[in-house]
Design a protein around this ligand. Sequence first.
Ligand SMILES: NC(=O)c1ccc[n+]([C@@H]2O[C@H](COP(=O)([O-])OP(=O)(O)OC[C@H]3O[C@@H](n4cnc5c(N)ncnc54)[C@H](O)[C@@H]3O)[C@@H](O)[C@H]2O)c1
Length: 436
Amino acid sequence: MMNSSQPDGFTAASTTAPVHALRAGMVGQGMIWDETYRPFFDMAARRPLFNPLFGACDVDLVAIASRTGLRAERYRQTSGARGSQMQSFVEPGSVPQLLRSGNVNFVCIATPDDRHFDACRLVLAAGKHLLVEKPSVLKLSQLEELNSLAEKNDVLAKVVYHKLFDPDHKKLRTLVADEDLRHVNNGYCSLLEPKSISENQFSEWISGRNPGTYVAVHYIKLIDFTFGGRLKTVHCNGQRGLVGPTDGDTWDSVQLRLTYEYADAREATFDIHTSWVTPDNFPGYVEQEVQFRFDNGVWLGDSRRRGVELTIEDRTPSAIKTSLNNHFATEFVEPWGERRRRGYGIEAIARFAHEVAHVEFGGAKNDRSQRLRAMRELAYNDLSADRQVVAAVEAMEAILAAASSGTPDCFVRVEGNAERLLLFIPGKSEPRVLHS
Ligand SMILES: NC(=O)c1ccc[n+]([C@@H]2O[C@H](COP(=O)([O-])OP(=O)(O)OC[C@H]3O[C@@H](n4cnc5c(N)ncnc54)[C@H](O)[C@@H]3O)[C@@H](O)[C@H]2O)c1
């Protein structure tokens, strides 16, 4: 197992002579780029990664693909000498151009979720390691294609679920792993985004989309990864009328219900509520709450109110929020004077870079395939372990699509290891096969 001497995996000082180098490409430079990728690449430019398994490793962002290139240009201009080394490519065809442009080792994809698949396929087909934002893809058939490409071309294909890095969720998993909390029975999660997300930030691509795919996946993965089990049934409801018309296919809020079964034949059901129409003057950036009930206990987590309440005249709760998440990707002045962004959002990307460096530089060339296999076995981020999450997303999207085309109240049964998805339609005796 890999270990880093620094908690966030960078060298302690900028003077360590790097012995290895990774070149990275970035696709998409929107909100999540600003929050997590930019701080990661900025930090990596100041300090190489460090891991006893491969030593020190430089990570350079050398190519960016985006729709218009405006942010890329601003970023290049503010990045000094590094900026002049970066190439920027714009649509149409930004990803093939990026892949042709130079010798990147890995590519991160942070485009809107319905554009992940095309970009991922190109990256893996070009034989580059891949890191894609959640949800990885929207259909099982797409996931299967990406997994075979990764396998065929001997590269990693990984997805970012940074909530698994949240210290509270790590503790939950530890209590479950140690059987201090025994057998989950049911639970709820909610993640409510502000209106500014649907009205401004995502207005270019929001048509036909829903907040469930965008954020429920965080909790689908948390449930799937923490409690295990087999996904069995997916129910889903939603509301319309604010972001788009009442009878349209763009959703304001979504309530997803998942039922799992476990090896002992007992079941658990989870409700996940999401929205992107919460008022902008809400006291936190997003409302994030979970409750899981076990045979012998209850876990109640509020990731927004973690104990800090801030008031600044004329600034909270709009410019700055009243309840802050200081664990995700926040700017701090460290006790030793250094200013930097830190948090689990950035840690998830750094960890992926460590995995790539370990595959490429963590031992003899002849043993690369063993190292690749070991990194693929990490179920927290490998695409091969994302089946049930993608099955839940595909089922949710199919139920919402049926509702928006006049057939509400459908549900999906998941068979085997998410091998078959069957959509049950009220009044019809035979289900529609979504995936087989
Ligand atoms: N991990 C998280 O908590 C988190 C938070 C926010 C977003 N995300 C994920 O990150 C992804 C992007 O979300 P965002 O909030 O940054 O979105 P955004 O709308 O702010 O940015 C999207 C970016 O993609 C670029 N883009 C769009 N189409 C493109 C194309 N065809 N080719 C190349 N670039 C293209 C745009 O230029 C823009 O830079 C989504 O998958 C989302 O689910 C994750």
